[in-house]
Design a protein around this ligand. Sequence first.
Ligand code: HAM
Length: 392
Amino acid sequence: MTSIRAIKGFKDILPGETELFARSIGEATDIVEKEMYTFTDRSGDLLTMRPEATAAVVRAYLQHKIYAQDPIQKYYTIGPMFRRERPQKGRYRQFYQINAEIFGVASPYADVQLIVMLVELLGRLGVTDAKPHVNSLGCPACRPDYRRALLDFLASREARLCPDCLRRRETNPLRILDCKVPRCRETSLEAPELAAFLCPECRTHFDTLQQALDELGIAYVIDKRLVRGLDYYSRTTFEIQTTALGAQSAVAGGGRYDGLVKTLGGPDIPATGFAIGFDRLAEIVAAERQIEPAVPKVFIAALGAEAQARAFPWLTALNRRGIAAEMLFEDKSLKSLMKRAGKLGARHVLIIGENELAADTGQLRNMATREQTPLALERVVEELQQRFRETV
Ligand code: HAM
């Protein structure tokens, strides 16, 4: 098997490709079949804009032989991903993911750690309507038995399946369980349950995961339909679902992918991880709380080139001191500068025109009270800092 390397000119940031994604995510998944942006670059290399990060993280872990130093590694990544899906609220063709991946730990406690991280994060962000859904997909030892049982069950129900599911029957029958078409959902309600087919090791893994979540007092839903849209999962799968986003209910998803490192040509090293949909997270947080737009503490209304030249260093000095200051670098009338300050919601306006320059004294106008106080231009930055200190 050829080893997959980073694209020429791309650098892995370590503490520390088309083929890569097809091999990792699975040839018969929606992502690989329909959603990848794949193109040939000028030198004839076939490239894919990454639809997810996990495969790429595994690729880097292998290419740099990090497992040889210490197989246990914990990574995070943040960045844009690309999938050609039908855009709608919460679903975009370019979106951001925050990923966490743990390599080298086979224990269900690592899965629980990840779920706890997500629950904690959402709690701290004030998201109340979010619950982990968990499932077990078994492993290569027990899943084939289930697959066969599922296919037997479906054999007599072909007429009730949508064209996509008829195709999935050949390629990826488990995906039929999470088809959104109502008739398929109804049909699969009566399907045999994967839980009944788990081998003793997978059973223990899933039981331990549930016990640990119970012990921590984390409410969760066992979701038999949670098969996920990527083929690399084994045993645990999970999603954090909310009702805040309409049809796009998952704000984060993940699971265990014990076989992937080996599939990509590495040693047999277990792994588990998640990705948060950052765009979805931002939408939920924005919906749950009012976010005040940032307003400048002071707007510098400098009239004319000379005043602007004098005032510009103050703008930089104030910003450096953490005082939000704004200025318009245009030759405008006092009236239009005041209008601009009002539009920005500035609390104060420092007025400097010809007269103020001559007197070496600016006017600081409080926008709420309309009071104006003279301010010595020599010490303007220090004065403003003094005034705003308590509120900085
Ligand atoms: P995923 O479920 O495909 O998993 O994506 C994770 C999250 O990314 C979703 O729950 C959702 O919030 C967000 N997301 C996915 N597609 C879109 C989209 N088109 N627009 C906006 N947000 C989207 C993975 O990608 C796996 N790599 C997760 C993982 C990491 N498993 C193990 N480690």
